[in-house]
Design a protein around this ligand. Structure first.
Ligand code: P6P
Length: 331
């Protein structure tokens, strides 16, 4: 243990990068760290005797069937952040309206507490995605909707937890991306992937090709391009689509690649949500040297109008994103 950095030590070390930081911001990251451990433990024993698999019998605002672990994860992150009293409000995929917490908190959090949860019953990796902003409304007053409708460029921090073969927490505060792997034996996240960078090019494309005939001509042309043998490499791109954004994104971040969820005839603005999926993942991608676009503009420049609004999403290796959006830029 002597030559490793734990997430707790890293947060304290980096806190010194924020002159005058009162440590309140660090408390948010610590809250997320704690909730991630609790959720990870529950996910890793789901399927055993615990009655935590399956649906909760309710629906979220997206009309999606809420899995019990969705609800559990949502509760754990809300509780951990509420307890730390530095967060004035939370926008969550699982809640129609934003949640009012501590009026004296200076920060707001947007989160998808368990993305890809329909994969839990089949033991496929799922994840938590979070985004942290400083509030705009006066401290001491209740949080307002405007506090959440800030451009992605205003994020103070963004990250995800991937509950996979191991549990990892990957986040940025605007000075690069760092990955921490959870060691359940000693209950700490350890710095395992310092200063993560994604390659400018890659060979992997991730999109649901079942939507081919529901997609625009540009996307159909892109898919044909991806499947065409590249004379430079004498091979086409490789299709990899897990159906869990955090898992596809994490693999592409490490190996190089592009994830696309475009507009389709059934989802004219795409499926992914701007505030708690596209903005945080876009911030991480940019900090790792990649790009994140709606196909028309930089994701982080979109001015949000609704908590749960969707945008088409192209994210990953710089040259791959530029190539993909060249197929749709005139649509
Ligand atoms: P589809 C999971 O519901 C999610 O939000 C992402 O994690 C995933 O990439 C996508 O939707 C899968 O959607 O329509 O391809 O099943």
């Amino acid at each position: 243990m002597e030559n490793v950095t734990t997430l707790g030590e890293f947060i304290i070390e980096k806190q010194q990068d924020f002159p005058g930081s009162s440590g309140e911001f660090s408390r948010i990251l610590s809250g997320i760290r704690l909730a991630s451990k609790v959720v990870s433990q529950q996910i890793n024993k789901a399927g055993l005797l615990t009655d935590i698999l399956g649906t909760a019998g309710s629906e979220n605002i997206q009309g999606e069937q809420q899995q019990k672990l969705d609800v559990y994860a949502n509760e754990q992150f809300i509780k951990a952040l509420k307890y730390r009293e530095v967060v004035c409000g939370i926008a969550s995929e699982e809640n129609d309206e934003f949640i009012v917490l501590n009026d004296n908190g200076k920060y707001v959090v947007a989160m998808d507490p368990l993305d890809g949860s329909s994969n839990i019953d089949v033991n496929v990796s799922v994840g938590t995605i979070f985004s942290i902003y400083r509030r705009l409304s006066p401290v001491g007053t209740p949080v307002t909707k405007a506090d959440f409708l800030q451009k992605g460029t205003e994020q103070l921090a963004a990250g995800y937890v991937i509950y996979g073969s191991s549990t990892m927490l990957v986040y940025t505060t605007g000075s690069g991306v760092n990955g921490f792997t959870y060691d359940p034996g000693i209950g700490v996240f350890v710095l395992s992937h310092p200063n993560m960078k994604t390659t400018e090019d890659g060979k992997i494309y991730s999109l649901n090709e079942g939507n081919f005939y529901k997609s625009s001509k540009g996307i159909q042309e892109y898919v044909k391009y991806a499947q065409t043998i590249d004379p430079k490499t004498n091979r086409p791109l490789t299709g990899r689509y897990i159906g869990s954004l955090v898992a596809d994104f994490h693999r592409n971040l490490i190996k190089g690649g592009i994830y696309i969820y475009p507009a389709t005839s059934s989802s004219p603005n795409g499926k992914l949500r701007l505030l708690y999926e596209c903005n945080p993942m876009g911030f991480i991608a940019e900090q790792a040297g990649g790009l994140a676009s709606t196909g028309k503009q930089r994701v982080l420049e979109v001015i949000p109008t609704e908590l749960h609004q969707r945008v088409p999403f192209f994210v990953g290796s710089k040259n791959m994103v530029e190539k993909a959006i060249s197929f749709v830029k005139d649509e």
